[in-house]
Design a protein around this ligand. Structure first.
Ligand SMILES: [Zn+2]
Ligand SMILES: [Zn+2]
Length: 179
């Protein structure tokens, strides 16, 4: 994983449905090495960290600017202090004798949840390092609160997905026709 992947993990955890183990596994399906190891006992930690990630994201989305920079920094630093990444060079998953070099952020025996939250804390910090605090957004479709990072050049992203954009545009079109 690299910085961008860790930022994805932060967003995925912030947006995840953490109702039960099944929903967590669904949210982490792109990281099967974590998803498969998630247990009931991991849920409170994942929920607590997701809430903290959402607080930081909401602050950046709702009140971006110098006034909120301190609050964002405090939130992210509290996360990093409570769930410090422990970088560990790893080479598994390579072939033909060439290691697949990458860095893990937790010890080899750490529970999956420990690595997920350390990855998320590190990823949010790295996302802010690379993109600042102004490019984070929340989907504007009704009933969708999905957070995203807008890396488009014109920074005009309003929806988390084409699906949400379509839903809103179809609704607006119908409303116009009724009017
Ligand atoms: Zn690995
Ligand atoms: Zn959405």
């Amino acid at each position: 994983m690299d910085s961008a992947d860790y930022t994805e993990v932060a967003l995925r955890l912030a947006n995840a449905d953490l109702t039960d183990v099944e929903s967590v596994r669904a949210a982490l399906h792109e990281e099967p090495w974590w998803a498969d190891r998630v247990r009931e006992a991991d849920l409170p930690l994942l929920r607590e960290v997701a809430e903290s990630l959402r607080r930081a994201l909401a602050t950046m989305v709702d009140s971006p600017g110098p006034d909120s920079d301190g609050a964002v920094r405090a939130e992210v630093n509290a996360l990093l202090a409570a769930h410090p990444p422990r970088p560990r060079l790893s080479g598994h998953g390579g072939h033909d004798g060439t290691p697949n070099w990458h860095v893990h952020v937790a010890g080899p025996d750490a529970p999956a949840a420990d690595e997920v939250v350390a990855a998320a804390a590190w990823g949010l910090a790295q996302g802010i390092v690379h993109h600042g605090t102004h490019r984070w957004g929340r989907c504007q479709a009704e009933a969708c609160r999905t957070y995203f990072l807008d890396t488009s050049t014109n920074q005009a992203k309003r929806f988390c997905s084409p699906r949400c954009a379509n839903r809103v545009h179809v609704a607006a079109f119908r409303a116009r026709k009724r009017a």
